[in-house]
Design a protein around this ligand. Structure first.
Ligand SMILES: Nc1nc2c(ncn2[C@@H]2O[C@H](COP(=O)(O)OP(=O)(O)OP(=O)(O)O)[C@@H](O)[C@H]2O)c(=O)[nH]1
Ligand SMILES: [Mg+2]
Length: 387
């Protein structure tokens, strides 16, 4: 069985008389948190440092996609602009105005951009970090928020150096790292993450995620992990494990609906929990059409067929809209019979009444199926051997 969520187990143990009701309520609360907790990421840095491109990479979008943060020579905005993650709408990424001006005052800047709403700050630069970046970091620290120095466009540096004799990627990277850190000594030598927004599988894109995750409060970690692009086989496995850990809360939450009827809540809500769960897995594993098409083009292999071969994955694909709204998914996909019909072994579950066991079974089967597809695609694309 999958690992039981400690928060839910604790609730079951602690409750006295109405154990099931309390545990169910706790499970619902937990599931709701796992799916809806807000995460606000601030991205700042001077004009042209690659903020918009980085935001698009986090959102899994290309420059040509609808609703992207415009890149290149655009007029810089003076106001923070919010971009919702297309599959995890509770994750919001903020494009903050640049800090290039010599008149820059860190405390005023932070006040202007309403610093308190962000969980942490990414300070982006495509060159060496400067005085302004240090001032800003100090002020962010003063406000008890975390900051991360990210050096962008590393692919450009590598490309330029590749032409030279005796090229050694690790040497180049460590030289850039040292150079970036030169002006950051007074901050106690903070880490600098070297990334390319066009190649999330390379350099420190995954390392950045790991560091962010480590320093986030526990209840926000799952939001980050759901939204972050898959950078490696290891990061895919981490996501799978996270979803496995949610099954306990999801099963209890949805089974409780049948045990304790709530006015206005129908059995459709059980299906809603299942579908929301599967849809989140589908996007988090990069199985959506946009991600797969891009990958397919990159490695020049047909990959979409893995999704269309699976009844569950293609059902999600058909119903999923670019911007997932839970209510819309509920309205169009409504019944538990429908979900159960996607699994050969499930039988007519609605007739039997939805139970903890049934939901648990469906969630485990579904997660397993989607995980296998994602692993197969990585293997077929030979992604991990390309690195
Ligand atoms: N090679 C490479 N180019 C990048 C990368 N990130 C951004 N660029 C390019 O750098 C230019 C500026 O990137 P933007 O993402 O628009 O930068 P920005 O910080 O949003 O700029 P402003 O909105 O003007 O403040 C664009 O031409 C991008 O295509 C990267 O990781 N690698
Ligand atoms: Mg921009």
């Amino acid at each position: 069985m999958e690992s039981q969520d400690p928060a839910v187990v604790e609730a079951v143990k602690a409750s006295g008389e109405s154990t099931l009701e309390k545990a169910t309520a706790k499970a619902k609360e937990r599931f709701d948190q796992l799916m809806n907790v807000s995460l606000n990421i601030a991205v700042t840095g001077k004009t042209g440092s690659g903020k918009s491109s980085f935001i698009n990479a986090l959102r899994g979008l290309n420059d040509e996609d609808d609703g992207v943060a415009l890149t290149g020579l655009t007029e810089t905005t003076k106001e923070p602009t919010m971009y919702e993650h297309p599959a995890v709408p509770n994750v919001k990424i903020w494009d903050l105005p640049g800090i290039g001006s010599p008149k820059f005052k860190a405390n005023k800047y932070l006040k202007d951009v309403k610093f308190h709403i962000y969980d942490f700050f990414i300070i982006l630069n495509s060159e060496r970090f400067m005085e302004n970046d240090v001032m800003l970091a100090k002020e962010i620290k003063k406000q008890k928020k975390n900051f991360y120095f990210v050096r962008s466009k590393i692919d450009n540096d590598i490309l330029a150096e590749q032409r030279k004799k005796g090229f050694d990627a690790q040497n180049v990277l460590s030289k850039i790292r040292k150079d970036c850190q030169q002006n950051l000594k007074e901050l106690g030598d903070p880490k600098v993450f070297l990334i390319s927004s066009f190649e999330v599988e390379h350099y420190d894109f995954e390392l950045l995620q790991n560091s962010l995750e480590e320093e986030l409060p526990e209840h926000k970690r799952s939001a980050l992990l759901q939204a972050w692009p898959v950078c490696s086989a290891e990061s895919l496995e981490k996501k799978i494990k996270m979803f496995k850990g949610m099954i306990w809360a999801a099963s209890l939450a949805s089974a409780g609906i049948a045990v304790i009827p709530v006015p206005g809540l129908s059995v459709a809500c059980d299906a809603g929990i299942l579908l929301l769960f599967f849809t989140r897995c589908y996007y988090a594993f990069g199985l959506d059409e946009r991600s797969l098409t891009r990958l397919s083009e990159k490695v020049n292999k047909p990959l979409l067929e893995h999704v269309t071969k699976s009844k569950l994955a293609s059902a999600i694909q058909e119903k999923a809209v670019a911007r997932i709204q839970v209510s819309a998914a509920l309205a169009s996909l409504a019944t538990i019979e429908y979900v159960a019909s996607l699994f050969p072994g499930a039988g007519s579950v609605a007739a039997a009444g939805i139970s903890f066991g049934t939901t648990n079974y469906l969630l485990r089967e579904g997660l397993n199926e989607l995980s296998q597809i994602a692993r197969k695609i990585r293997k077929e694309a030979e992604l991990d051997t390309l690195l």
